[in-house]
Structures are given as structure tokens and as C-alpha cells.
Ligand binder design. Structure first.
Ligand code: ZN
Length: 172
């Protein structure tokens, strides 16, 4: 899996629904390790498998709120009991140079598996909560720019079109 690359807006794999991970085998562990590397190389705080062309429900994150690297891996996450709303600026490694405010739930219950297959459960909020909601959207083929108001969409239209062209050129 040495040739993973970040897929850019316009790449069809970003619009596909991802499959659950059915077994945490060596291939999945290697995928997670590669994704963590790619996330750090690109100074990201989250990266979902569909963003590197793998249609699996796995994402990696490091909100960098603690000192030193603290990579987290979430497998087959589910989100329940969303409450409140908060607005935060978001970006996406698949949509370079576009950053916009997005309104999402303020907190929710997360359940997922870690890389050892342990069930992880907690009430998520703040920056990590935000990253989780953003990454889980990638599993449904959803991108943060989908939430923008019609006016904001018009404002980023040219940027998105340029990315689409770039993406098409990279895949041909
Ligand atoms: Zn993203």
C-alpha cells in the first residue's frame, strides 16, 4: 500500500459510501499506519480511508491538543444522541485551501473500535468531536462544502472547479 495518495475534490471515491471493516488484520493495520504518516506529512488533524481511495470505515486523527504526536485510529464508528450546535471553521485535506464555517452538533456519543479491536466509547465534543463528525461524513460520501449556504457555495465554486480539474488530471 505504498502508493496511497490523497484524493482531491472531484475524485469519485470521495462520493462513495464506505464499507465496514470486518476484520482488523495486517492489511488494516498497515493502512492505518500509512494514513497516520500521510496525515502528519500534510499537517492534517484527521484523515478518512476514502480520502486515500480505500472505501473502508476507518479514520485517523490527532487534534494536536496535547504535546507530541497522539495518533488515534477509529474503526466502524457510530454516532448517537447528538445534541447542541456549534459552528467551527473546517478544512479538508481533499479540498486544499478552502476553509469555511460549518454548523454541527456540539456533542454526541461515539462508539468505535480501536486498532486492537477494543470497543471505545465516550461522549465527544470540542475539536475532537468536530473531527469525528467530519471524518464520519466521509464514509457517507459527504464533504464539508456540502453544508455551505448557497451564497458561500457560489463563492467557492471557482476554487472547487479548479480542484476538480486538477483531480481529473491526476487520475488520468
Ligand atoms: Zn475531510
Amino acid at each position: 500500500m505504498a502508493s496511497l495518495r490523497i484524493r482531491i475534490y472531484g475524485d469519485p471515491c470521495l462520493r462513495e459510501v464506505a464499507e465496514p471493516v470486518d476484520e482488523i488484520d495486517d492489511e488494516i493495520k498497515e493502512l492505518a499506519a500509512d494514513m497516520i504518516e500521510i496525515m502528519y506529512e500534510n499537517s492534517g488533524i484527521g484523515l478518512a480511508a476514502p480520502q486515500v481511495g480505500i472505501g473502508k470505515r476507518l479514520f485517523v486523527a490527532d487534534t494536536q491538543e496535547q504535546e507530541g504526536p497522539n495518533p488515534m485510529v477509529f474503526i466502524n464508528p457510530s454516532i448517537r444522541n447528538q445534541s447542541g450546535t456549534s459552528t467551527m471553521e473546517e478544512g479538508c485535506l481533499s479540498i486544499p485551501d478552502v476553509r469555511e464555517d460549518v454548523k454541527r452538533a456540539e456533542s454526541f456519543d461515539l462508539e468505535a473500535l480501536d486498532l486492537e479491536g477494543n470497543v471505545v466509547r465516550f461522549r465527544a465534543d470540542g475539536l475532537l468531536g468536530r473531527v469525528i463528525l467530519h471524518e464520519v461524513d466521509h464514509f457517507e460520501g459527504k464533504l464539508f462544502v456540502d453544508y455551505l449556504s448557497p451564497v458561500k457555495k457560489i463563492m467557492v465554486k471557482d476554487q472547487l472547479r479548479a480542484l476538480e480539474k486538477e483531480s481529473l488530471a491526476a487520475s488520468s
